[in-house]
Design a protein around this ligand. Structure first.
Ligand code: ADP
Ligand code: MG
Length: 254
């Protein structure tokens, strides 16, 4: 069986992409799945949130994208998370510029992953909040996209942009790409707006909307400063339990 490759993407920042990648990865790992996280965001938040010191790594996703390293040599183990990670560091921002000159520049990640697809059950890709060449590499490599979103007033417009992007990439380069699911993050079940947006999402997206909503939970926000997924920081926290439930939904869909 080859890996399910899932990109976590949304053009907006601060919607819980990285939090979802790290905690979904740890949750899947706790269910005995072999997981690889790919940190495609030059900010490297998934890397530090997995307990990896950015300055301690000599190679990572940047070297892989430029063809200077193989994935299997560039991954490091996140002991806190129970998964492997292809880490980012600041040099990744420069990859964008260098990649432009390369051949098949949007296929780089996909081609590199082919060598390790049998080693993992899930590959989760943390995309930056812009549709750059890095994000494009993530969406070209993936079969599924998970879209985290905050239930606020303009949320639906943001999502339709992403749906259009996914459709374009499917038509042009990656016929297998589809939205795996939309997950509500930073969710406040008491707010009327959250409930209204949820109803709109159900109307527009039906079963594509995950049943699980990730609550706004301070433990999820604290865990990264300790270099830990929430599961290793507070296993009983509401946010931790929500990501475990999301992992069950992902397992059922893939
Ligand atoms: P993105 O990767 O989309 O930019 P992040 O995952 O980094 O978003 O989340 C943005 C901020 O919100 C971070 O400080 C993170 O710790 C916090 N955060 C994310 N999800 C939650 C949540 N469910 N509850 C509380 N804080 C959260
Ligand atoms: Mg992020």
């Amino acid at each position: 069986m080859s890996a399910q490759i899932i990109a976590v993407a949304n053009q907006k920042g601060g919607v819980g992409k990285t939090t979802t990648v790290v905690n979904l990865a740890a949750s899947l790992a706790s269910k005995n799945k072999r997981v690889l996280v790919i940190d495609l965001d030059p900010q490297g938040n998934a890397t530090t949130g997995s307990g990896i010191n950015k300055s301690s790594i000599s190679g990572g996703v940047y070297q892989v994208l430029l063809g200077e390293a193989e994935v299997k040599d560039a991954v490091v183990a996140s002991e806190a998370g129970g998964y492997d990670i292809l880490a980012a560091n600041r040099t990744l921002a420069g990859a964008e510029i260098e990649l432009v000159q390369e051949i098949a520049r949007e296929m780089r990640l996909k081609n590199a992953l082919a060598a390790v697809e049998g080693d993992y059950d899930y590959v989760l890709i943390d995309c930056p909040p812009t549709l750059t060449l890095l994000t494009l590499n993530g969406l070209v490599a993936a079969q599924g996209v998970i879209v985290p979103m905050v239930c606020e007033y303009y949320a639906l417009e943001g999502i339709s942009d992403l749906v259009a992007t996914v459709r374009k990439i499917r038509q042009a380069i990656n016929p297998q790409l589809d939205i795996l699911g939309i997950v509500r993050t930073l969710y406040d079940s008491r707010s009327r707006l959250s409930q209204e947006v949820t109803e709109q999402l159900q109307t527009h997206f039906g079963k594509q909307l995950f049943d699980t909503a990730i609550p706004r939970n301070v433990r999820l926000a604290e865990a990264p400063s300790h270099g830990l997924p929430a599961l290793a920081y507070d296993a009983k926290a509401k946010g931790t339990l929500a990501y475990l439930a999301l992992a069950d939904e992902v397992l059922a869909r893939t």
